[in-house]
Design a protein around this ligand. Structure first.
Ligand code: F6R
Length: 236
């Protein structure tokens, strides 16, 4: 794992967008794994600008998002589907049928998770996975635990994640308690990974620098990925 300290969030976002655009320009039918949250927002803004200026074409790109809250519909402004539409998809020329986000309203969650894995497999796996990181070291919604969980499944959110994400809801009580998340093995199977983190993530990034791999810090598994770069922005 390569940890690169970047001077600020804008620079980090430009670098991440540049890597994603280069990947798409090299392989137009790239399969992207995508994250929501405040960390990748700047990256998405840059990709939108590049797409609108004709510098990157999303017409053949296929995407799989990391996760979705259980119990929220796609129309719910707090759902990750809504977030992705507002902050990336509706501004670029990606065909709607190429977008994959777990269905938080699926009647049979296990079936939905199995199906999601199958769809990723059918797409021949993820070429480039973009990640954020939780204060507790989660990636996707793979929370600290005694073991690493391999595949896409329903997860119970930790109190720390509920607290961190309540800023998007009216209160902590409104934050869903469960989500569907890609597993650690799903994430690790991506051929290339980039993780973006703002200055507020200093403590957890320092933890990653210790190079200890433990399921109590799920992102620490990335030390074993052959092509993973972490961008940490020192300032806003
Ligand atoms: C979101 C996701 C999460 C976030 C993490 C950081 O799809 O998978 O792991 O990346 O919670 O969130 P922000 O970027 O909002 O600090």
């Amino acid at each position: 794992m390569n940890i690169i300290t970047v001077k600020d969030y804008d620079t980090m976002s430009k670098m991440a967008a540049g890597i994603i655009a280069a990947q798409i320009n090299t392989k137009p039918d790239t399969v992207l794994g995508l994250a929501t949250g405040s960390s990748p927002l700047g990256t998405y803004r840059n990709l939108i600008e590049m797409n609108q200026n004709g510098l990157v074409d999303f017409s053949k790109v296929v995407t799989f998002n990391l996760d979705e809250y259980c119990g929220l519909s796609r129309e719910n402004p707090q759902s990750y589907y809504y977030f992705m539409m507002e902050n990336l998809f509706k501004h670029v020329n990606i065909p709607k049928e190429n977008i994959h986000i777990p269905n938080g309203l699926a009647k049979d969650t296990d079936e939905e998770c199995k199906n999601y894995e199958l769809q990723i497999k059918k797409a021949n796996g993820v070429d480039l996975q973009l990640l954020g990181i939780g204060f507790n070291g989660h990636i996707g919604f793979n929370e600290p635990d005694d073991v690493f969980h391999n595949f896409t499944r329903r997860v119970k959110l930790t109190q720390s994640t509920i607290e961190a994400n309540k800023r998007f809801f009216e209160s902590a009580d409104d934050v869903p308690r469960y989500a569907i998340s890609m597993g650690i093995k799903t994430i690790m199977s991506a051929r290339k990974i980039i993780l973006v983190a703002g200055p507020e993530k200093r403590e957890i990034i320092d933890k990653l620098r210790e190079e200890v791999c433990t399921p109590q810090v799920p992102a620490s598994i990335l030390h074993y990925h052959p092509d993973c770069t972490v961008f940490w922005a020192e300032k806003e």
